[in-house]
Write a protein that binds this ligand. Structure first.
Ligand code: ASP
Length: 336
């Protein structure tokens, strides 16, 4: 047993300890069977499958749960869930209808990561609504993990995606109003619904995650945030858990936030404790101006425990587990 497995097993309780013993006592030929049996035991005991997402996105989590309940895998679930919000023109921070950059261009960032640690991402993607699906194609159909800009768009079109204008009348109007003063300032909790980050565990106990966004409204042309950056906006380790971020991407990137959350869980922290520690790394930096921006994390561990935490109030997580699809207000740091 390597150190990685030892730490994982040591941090599990109950059923988890049985997993550990099974791994210690079995030989290679038995190990697959044992892991499968133990995954089933964990699923029975801990209410799997489950899906969580940033913000209030019950239709998206419902879609993901529909996939999981039909014995779909967690990768299909997070992709399908994110697509619901990408197609929702009323959501002005994801996919079609996303608010543009300062020049009026809607540019999308997205990534996806599976149970094997495979990942794909697109950055500065224009004219394609379902950025998360293009990210999946990058993962599955190319030797690369990330495509940007025109290359990403051409790849999407050659993969069968239909180009379209993503700037809706409502987003154009908002941009025109913004242009009057043209002041760039990150907005905390913009319309209570920013980047969609989604994490799911399927009936086999396997974890996947995805993240999709139009990025910060009125950003500089060419700006890319945390959301498509594996380790910052999203990270999945199928032996430990997964995390996803929302908020001011620059601050998430500087602390490699989602990877940090997963590594903290590896060291034994609960998802809640890990999210809190990752936020404390941001707010406790010398000269941190955290009062001016929001960052939120959600996380899940292999046992199906979840957590969420943000700098400011009004961040929320949507969680679908045991037949209940609910919005949960996140605890937060800035209570002053
Ligand atoms: N994290 C996203 C970005 O920085 C934006 C957001 O979640 O609001 O692009």
């Amino acid at each position: 047993m390597n150190r990685r497995k030892f730490i994982k097993n040591a941090s599990l309780t109950g059923v988890g300890l049985a997993v550990g013993n099974a791994i210690i006592s079995c030989d290679e030929s038995d190990s697959k069977k044992n892991i499968q049996e133990n995954n089933e035991a964990i699923a029975d005991l801990q209410g799997l499958p489950l899906v969580i997402a940033t913000w209030h996105v019950k239709e998206a989590t419902a879609k993901a749960m529909e996939v999981l309940q039909a014995d779909g895998n967690s990768l299909d679930a997070v992709e399908q869930g994110c697509r619901v919000e990408e197609a929702n023109e009323k959501g002005q921070s994801v996919g079609k209808g996303g608010l543009p950059d300062r020049d009026g261009n809607v540019t999308l960032d997205a990534c996806i990561m599976d149970k094997h640690g495979n990942c794909g991402a697109v950055v500065y993607l224009q004219n394609i609504t379902h950025a998360v699906s293009v990210a999946r194609k990058v993962m599955e159909d190319t030797p690369h993990v990330m495509l940007a800009g025109e290359g990403a768009k051409q790849f999407a079109i050659s993969s069968g995606f239909k180009p379209e204008d993503l700037l809706t009348d409502a987003s154009k109007e908002a941009w025109e109003k913004w242009k009057v003063e043209a002041k760039y300032k990150p907005i905390i909790n913009i319309e209570n619904h920013d980047t969609i980050g989604m994490l799911a565990i399927d009936k086999n106990g396997d974890i996947s995650g995805a993240c999709t966004t139009s990025g910060l409204a009125y950003k500089m042309g060419g700006r890319v945030g945390d959301s498509p950056i594996i380790g910052s906006g999203l990270f999945v380790d199928n032996e430990i858990g997964a995390a996803v971020a929302t908020g001011l991407g620059e601050e998430v990137v500087k602390t490699v936030g989602s990877f940090l959350v997963v590594e903290l869980m590896r060291q034994g922290k609960s998802p809640q404790e890990a999210c809190e520690e990752a936020i404390s790394r941001i707010v406790n930096k010398p000269n941190s101006n955290y009062k001016d921006f929001q960052v939120g994390y959600i996380a899940v561990n292999k046992k199906g425990e979840t957590g969420s935490y943000s700098i400011h109030q009004w961040f929320s997580m949507t969680k679908f587990q045991n037949g209940v699809n609910e919005q949960i207000q996140s605890d937060f740091f800035n209570k002053a």
